[in-house]
Design a binder for this molecule. Sequence first.
Ligand SMILES: C[S@@+](CC[C@H](N)C(=O)[O-])C[C@H]1O[C@@H](n2cnc3c(N)ncnc32)[C@H](O)[C@@H]1O
Length: 390
Amino acid sequence: MRPDARVQAAAECLDRILAGEAAEKALTAWARGARYAGSKDRAAVRDHVYDVLRQKRLCAHLGGGETGRALMLGLIRARGEAPEAFFTGERHAPAVLGAAERAEPAPPPEAGFAELPDWLLPGLEARYGAALAPQLAALRHRAPVFLRVNGRKATREAAIAQLAEDAIVVRPSASSEMALWVETGARAIARSRAFEAGMVELQDLSSQSAMESIPLRKGMKVLDYCAGGGGKTLALAGRVEAEFFAHDINPARMRDLPPRAARAGVAVRCVDTPDLARWAPYDLVLCDVPCSGSGTWRRDPDAKWRFTPERLEALTKEQDRILDAAAPMVAPAGMLAYATCSLLPDENEARITRFCARHPGWHVAFSHQFLLGEAGDGFFVAHLRRDVES
Ligand SMILES: C[S@@+](CC[C@H](N)C(=O)[O-])C[C@H]1O[C@@H](n2cnc3c(N)ncnc32)[C@H](O)[C@@H]1O
């Protein structure tokens, strides 16, 4: 496909998204109907769509409206490219620009637009103050790719050398023991020898740092209560030889966990809800709860525009229910760890404060909000422990 035809395809996908279709669905539907599109075309159209969704307000401002066509015009201007090169009127390309579209837009505000729903801003401003602006700026850009080195299989140095053999260039992150920042070759990771041998896994920097904050000891019993695909289980299992249990209310979500654990060389027992009590108590119960995902919205920018106060309320209720269900399974001297990939204080500090209010005898031993930055995503972790009786 020519670059102008890719712009037209992205504009059509954006129209479907603006009409309410999920971004992934719109892209899949387009790709199904576009047999002529190769993998590079599909990747380019996808990049256009996601780049717009990351900064929809800027694109609407520069393009003069909220239609797929206007948003693509705005994106091209935001990239500093010449719109006439894409709005050619050729077959499969967008029509030539009209007079109103050709008019130079007013400069955008110097601080940039807040690229998320307005109702979230007061809470974020109150929580982060001056630290909000850099996070909003980070939200406008693509997220970097990080790998986690599996300490059971390799040192960071050995992983770096093995990745280099597949032309994947990485550098160690200073803020985590095992994280590698991928500089080139990200698309080749899943087929690389280092990945196939279980030396590395894809995982964001902040998730890694949060898991590194949790104290572990050999032989302990660890339950990942909201395990999903098992990313956090494997991050913990990479650090220590212990007994690992994984649970999810929706067991189908753990489908990938057994092969991932086998690749990583660790044993993880997947447990159904009725069987949790059989293995209790656990020295550590991790609740990596369902959340807004606001700390990761630059990876999934479609989600931020769909997020509503009603959804937030439903999530916080579920987060409370999960903590309440998990706490009784923690051994007396054990730890309940709470984690979200969220920036919203309602999902983070407020949840653990409310937990401690509902459960006298528990306290917050540690908590940390990882800010969304040039490197890692936004992430929150808290360690909850029972008070020691004197
Ligand atoms: C943030 S995701 C977990 C991601 C996962 N820990 C990882 O690192 O890949 C949250 C998970 O919680 C699960 N979940 C939702 N409600 C739950 C509940 N009441 N009890 C247990 N798991 C629940 C969801 O099915 C989802 O897989």
